[in-house]
Write a protein that binds this ligand. Sequence first.
Ligand SMILES: [Zn+2]
Length: 168
Amino acid sequence: MKWINHQIVTGFIVCAATDDALFTASAVVGAVLPDRVEGSPPKESSAYWKWRKRHRTWSHWPPIYLLLIVAAQAAKNFYPEPTLAFVLNLVTYALVGALLHIAEDGLCGKIPIFTPHKKYGLKLFKVGAWSEYFFSALIISICLFVRFGDVDLLKNYFEKIFDGRLRF
Ligand SMILES: [Zn+2]
C-alpha cells in the first residue's frame, strides 16, 4: 500500500474509534513507521538486495509494537504524572498506527506474524492498483458510517429499494 493510503486509512480508523484529533495525528505519523525504520531502498544493486531481504521482517513484526504498547501503558501506571501520561498515550497511538500499517500490508502482501521471518498475507490487491484506492475508499466510507452513520436511515433506504423492486 502506498504511504498516502496507509496514512489516510489509518487516520480514519483511529479517528472513528477515538474521536480524538491528537491521537489521530499520532496514528497518522505511526502509520509509516514500519517502512521508515527500514530506510529507503538503496539504488546500488547489491545494497538493494540486502535491504530487500530485510524488508518487512523485524520492522513489520507485530509483537515488537505490542510489547512497546504494553510498556508505555505500564509506565503510565508506574509514574502517574499527567503530562507523562499524555505523552505516553500519544506514543501508544503512534504504535497503534504502526500495527494498522502492518495489518494493511498483510492485505496486499505478506507480513511476519509468529516469527520475524515467516510471512503470511492475503493478496487482495497490488500496490498502487486501482483496487488499492477502491479498498482505501471503502474503509474510509465504513469509518465515516461508524462515526456519523444512521443505521435506521440505511435500513429504510434498502427497504424502499426492495419494496420498489417487488412492485415491478
Ligand atoms: Zn510496510
